[in-house]
Write a new protein. Structure first.
Length: 109
């Protein structure tokens, strides 16, 4: 039996983020593509300072002033004219001496 799940399908293509400030100029995220489907768990993994949080901020339309996004984001197949209404929450969970940061995105297209 197939279960219906409410939510939004999210796709990003060739997403890059550049930073133009004195501390760390250059590209933080380079050509990332991916998707997140409703009713599924999507994990973004990588070493410290590899651009995970920046990628999530770019997808959710919440980049900071010096950050610029290039690429495309689609919500339910429609190209998103960022920024769109979004809510991002995070929490930290300590498990076996590892720190994981989990982001939940609720999109209001």
């Amino acid at each position: 039996r197939e279960r219906k799940v409410a939510g939004a399908a999210l796709v990003w293509k060739e997403l890059s983020v550049s930073v133009r400030d004195g501390r760390r100029p250059g590209r933080v995220v380079r050509g990332s593509s991916g998707y997140a489907l409703p009713g599924t768990l999507t994990v973004v993994m990588g070493p410290a300072r590899s651009g995970k949080s920046t990628l999530l901020r770019a997808i959710s339309g919440r980049l900071r002033g010096a950050e610029r996004m290039y690429g495309e984001v689609f919500v339910n197949g429609v190209k998103s004219p960022l920024p769109y209404g979004s809510y991002v929450s995070s929490f930290f969970h300590l498990m076996y001496n590892l720190m994981f940061q989990v982001w939940t995105l609720e999109l209001f297209a």
